[in-house]
Design a protein around this ligand. Structure first.
Ligand code: DBV
Length: 249
């Protein structure tokens, strides 16, 4: 239940500020459970999915995994529509037997572009600096993932659950608020070259996340390969499927 308040807050907050409506979740993926372990270690692992959209945000989605005290995950990502230059909102909140692993960021479409950084990173640096004090840098992470994170990437490993409930929750709320502020201000892009760049950037990000999903092993173990691949490509990172569908209409 560690991340339930994060999920509740995110949905209530977005609802209070944005015209959100439901986004369809493919049948069979709203809720999935499996038993793991044996005897007194028997545990039910429940994965529930949530999805919304707004006129500017193509997909707001969350996957919530609950498998007892030592397995809790909330992966919450916002994918803007392709005619906005908004960053992705990405939260990966992971509790495993070894502790908590927290990734929180607004992942830029154009990481090394100075004007883009000025627009979407500078404004959140003060929030980053403030929360970084309670959330020390988590150390190594995959080098190839580096290109997808902003300079305001909060990345930490924690033992203390209390810190998750207080400092991480506070950072999560501040990042989400700053993100919704960006969404409020965002204007549609019309320039065809810029639109093509945005689409390329989305696809690059999607391919990376779908291919390298760190939860793949866990999901396969619990729910099997077929369910897992369909969940990843048909729900968690569904842009390509949606583009194929749109092209066929
Ligand atoms: N991660 C996901 C989704 C998850 C999920 C959809 C629904 O992208 C969970 C579930 N993340 C998850 C789990 C682990 C991690 C780890 C279960 C632990 C895996 C394990 O130890 O077995 C940020 N998440 C991680 C790690 C990173 C991230 C860097 C450590 C992985 C490692 O060390 O290999 N979030 C992750 C990431 C990006 C992001 C790589 C982006 C570009 O936004």
């Amino acid at each position: 239940m560690l991340y339930q308040p994060f999920l509740d807050h995110a949905i209530a907050y977005m609802r209070s500020r944005l015209p959100i409506s439901a986004y369809p979740i493919p049948p069979g993926f709203e809720s999935k459970s499996a038993e793991t372990g044996k005897g007194k270690n028997l545990e039910t692992v429940l994965t529930t999915s949530y999805a919304f959209q707004t006129p500017k945000l193509r997909q707001i989605r969350a996957a919530h995994v609950q498998g007892g005290k030592s397995l809790q995950v909330l992966n919450f990502v916002i994918f803007p529509h392709l005619n906005y230059d908004l960053p992705f909102f990405g939260a990966d909140l992971v509790t495993l037997p070894g502790g908590h692993l927290i990734a929180l960021d607004m992942q830029p479409l154009f990481r090394d572009n100075a004007k883009y950084q000025e627009k979407y990173t500078q404004p959140i640096l003060p929030i980053f600096e403030q929360h970084k004090e309670n959330l020390p840098w988590g150390g190594d992470f995959p080098a190839e993932a580096q290109q997808f994170f902003s300079p305001a990437f909060l990345w930490t490993r924690l033992q203390d659950t209390n810190v998750v409930e207080t400092s991480v929750f506070a950072a999560f709320k501040d990042y989400l608020q700053a993100y919704v502020d960006f969404v409020d201000q965002a204007e549609p892009i019309n320039d065809p070259d810029r639109l093509a760049e945005i689409e390329r950037s989305h696809l690059r990000y999607l391919h990376y996340r779908a291919e390298k999903d760190p939860a793949r092993g866990m999901f396969k173990r619990f729910y099997g390969e077929e369910w897992t691949e369909e969940y990843i490509h048909g729900f968690l990172f569904d842009l390509e499927r949606q583009m194929v569908l749109a092209a066929g209409q």
